[in-house]
Design a protein around this ligand. Structure first.
Ligand code: ADP
Length: 643
């Protein structure tokens, strides 16, 4: 770097030459020389030296006059004064005029050079400081400009992001593009995901106050390329075309979900300044916000569509449908459900279902043990007299769906069926008793031949079987009516012991292992001894019948403090999943090769369920076809007598 320029002013040419040739030039400075004051002022003004070495005493115009002349011109050039006529008042005046250093003649060369270095270093630092200040101000101005642009962009993006109607949103984006790029025409293209067609969806021209929606395929190569590459395109590239084309184009991709969903495009015709990198940068920023807003609007539209579909289902459904979250708060309810619970929609949505309905039956449903498919079901009577079959199923990531189907007419039918069966069985019994009586009297008429004896015995056996069926039918009628159900504290372990003893022989003869795991101190339940014997007998009898030779049957008793739970597990044929829901229905039998051969009319489990429910208990089944079944019922314990 070349060093600074120093102006040497002295009327004694020898001094000038000494300073120039012996000191300044050898040290690398450029030296300007003047031998009188006027020349000094002229050189100082035209050449603008960085430092002046100024003699005081000169003919015509002395050193002070030179400084005053420069001051008047507004020039402040660092000056070192050298004089043979030094005095305190001279020094005072010199400093007042801005002199940096003051040397009496004769001077020492080293001192002068030191002063020159010092002054110039100071000047250098001052200059750097000034330059820095200028640069800082420039950067500040740029920053302010950027902040202003970003604030505008942010404002636009916010207004864009708040729109959920897709057509209005696209129009707003196109208008924002116009504002940001100061273009003549702006447009937005979106990819139709089903047809993969790139379509012009919104456009605004210079005279249009608002963007207008369109739907038109495009084959514009620039737009297509931006769509395919996902990279912005700017044309013309500065200096690349000579002469420049008649229009400047800017296209940026709309990126979302890791891909390009469309293109934002702007054109400026002719005379205007072409688009710059800065325009591209700003439009890319806008495009990023816009793409997110478009995705939001699309998702919103999808959710809206699903919601309205769901609403149509809910409104149209005769079933009562309620969806609740994991905390039991109602998310959705069909109008029929709201009405059935005598509530208003706003009294249900967002509220805890069990609390607002106050339904004890629902409460019981929620507390039922889970079945293997996670569904709980229960019959629920409503205050308006209707009976519903309620099923509560888990809904992943949501909570639960409660669907209640009106089964009042089925209950009615069931009752009619029961009444009919009761009447018919009663009417069947009298002739059957007569048949049995007559058959019993046959031997008294005289010796029967072997063949007659065999026919009579077969008739007797079938009459007995028929009698059992009729008794079973009558029995379930009585149980359902709550007849013959005197309750007392019963020890279930004793009941189990008795039934196991009764059936052990049958199990053994079929090669089955039958065992009971019963704790010592099973608390009593309130129950009817005969009916509970019937429950255990039916369950164990089924386990024995539906378990092939070599299998295992286990009875377990557990007590959780409130209930005594009895389970009967077998390693038998099991029950197909589709049949589990019907297994306790009257006359229901599983259709299958294994069961078809076994006698039965499908009343055993219906009787068992009826008895358990009359005891205030619950029964359930878990089974895997081909592996075995577990029937489980629990009864409330006898409340301890309070003293
Ligand atoms: P059934 O007189 O037919 O045995 P139930 O009401 O006792 O009538 O049983 C109804 C149906 O349930 C039976 O037909 C049988 O298919 C099925 N079932 C009952 N218990 C069992 C079991 N332990 N294992 C497999 N299937 C069973």
């Amino acid at each position: 770097m070349t060093k600074e320029t120093v102006l040497i002013v002295d009327d004694d040419i020898r001094n000038v030459e000494f300073l120039r040739d012996s000191l300044l030039v050898p040290s690398g400075y450029t030296a300007l020389c003047a031998t009188d004051g006027e020349e000094a002022v002229r050189l100082a003004l035209t050449e603008e030296p960085d430092l002046i070495l100024l003699d005081l005493q000169m003919p015509k115009m002395n050193g002070f006059h030179v400084l005053e002349a420069l001051n008047r011109q507004g020039r402040e050039i660092p000056t070192i004064l050298i004089t043979a006529h030094g005095s305190e008042s001279v020094a005072m005046q010199a400093f007042r005029l801005g002199v940096r250093d003051y040397f009496p003649k004769p001077f020492k060369a080293a001192e002068i050079m030191e002063a020159v270095e010092r002054s110039l270093t100071e000047a250098r630092l001052r200059r750097e400081k000034e330059e820095l200040a200028v640069r800082l101000e420039q950067v500040n101005r740029q920053l302010e400009q950027r902040i202003k642009e970003l604030t505008i962009l942010y404002g636009i993006s916010k207004s864009v992001a708040s729109l959920l109607d897709l057509d209005r949103l696209l129009a707003r984006i196109v208008e924002a593009t116009m504002y940001v790029t100061r273009a003549e025409e702006t447009s937005l293209f979106l990819l139709d995901e089903t047809t993969q067609d790139l379509q012009l969806r919104s456009v605004q021209g210079v005279g249009d106050r608002e963007a207008r929606p369109v739907r038109k395929s495009t084959d514009d190569t620039v737009v297509r390329e931006v769509m395919d590459t996902g990279l912005a395109a700017l044309s013309p590239i500065a200096g690349a075309h000579e002469p420049p084309p008649l229009e400047s184009r800017l296209a940026v991709p709309l990126r979302a979900r890791g891909g390009t969903i469309g293109v934002l495009h702007a054109t400026r015709k002719m005379a205007m300044e072409p688009f710059s990198d800065r325009d591209r940068y700003q439009l890319s920023l806008l495009a990023d916000y816009a793409a997110i807003a478009i995705e939001n609007a699309r998702l919103f539209a999808e959710v809206e569509e699903q919601r309205s579909k769901l609403e149509t289902i809910l409104v149209g459904s005769e079933d009562l449908i309620v969806v609740i979250d994991e905390l039991g708060l109602v998310l959705l309810a069909s109008p029929a459900a709201v009405e059935a619970f005598s509530l208003e929609m706003e009294e249900m949505i967002g509220k805890p279902l069990l609390e607002v309905t106050g339904s004890e039956a629902l409460d019981r449903l929620f507390n039922l043990p889970l079945t293997s498919n996670g569904v709980r079901s229960l019959e629920i009577p409503l205050v308006d007299g209707r009976t519903f079959h309620a099923s509560l199923s888990p809904v992943a990531d949501v909570g639960w769906a409660l669907i209640m189907r009106d089964i009042s007419h089925l209950k009615e039918l069931d009752k009619m069926k029961s009444d009919f069966v009761a009447t018919i069985t009663h009417d069947l019994r009298s002739p059957l008793t007569a048949i049995q009586g007559s058959l019993a009297l046959l031997p008294e008429l005289g010796e029967l031949t072997d063949e007659q004896q065999e026919f009579a015995e077969r008739a007797m056996r079938n009459a007995e079987h028929m009698d059992t069926l009729i008794r079973n039918l009558l029995d379930i009628g009585r149980i359902e009516a709550g007849l013959e159900m005197e309750m007392e504290p019963i020890r279930l372990d004793a009941v189990i012991e008795e039934v196991v003893a009764n059936l052990l022989g049958g199990a053994k003869s079929k090669g089955l292992i039958l065992r009971a795991v019963v704790p010592n101190d099973v608390p009593p339940v309130r129950g009817n001894h005969t009916r509970l014997m019937q429950v255990m007998t039916n369950l164990l009898d089924n386990a024995i019948r539906y378990t092939p030779r070599g299998g295992k049957i286990t009875v377990r008793v557990e007590d959780d403090g409130d209930h005594v739970t009895v389970s009967v597990s077998d390693t038998g044929v099991g029950i197909p999943a589709h049949a589990e829901a019907h297994i306790f229905d009257k006359f229901y039998r599983v259709e299958g090769a294994e069961t078809r051969e076994l006698e039965g009319i499908g009343l055993g489990l219906a009787t068992v369920k009826s008895i358990v429910e009359k005891h205030g208990g619950q029964i359930s089944v878990e089974s895997t076809e081909g592996e075995g079944s577990t029937f489980c019922f629990s009864l409330p314990q006898v409340e301890p007598e309070s003293d």
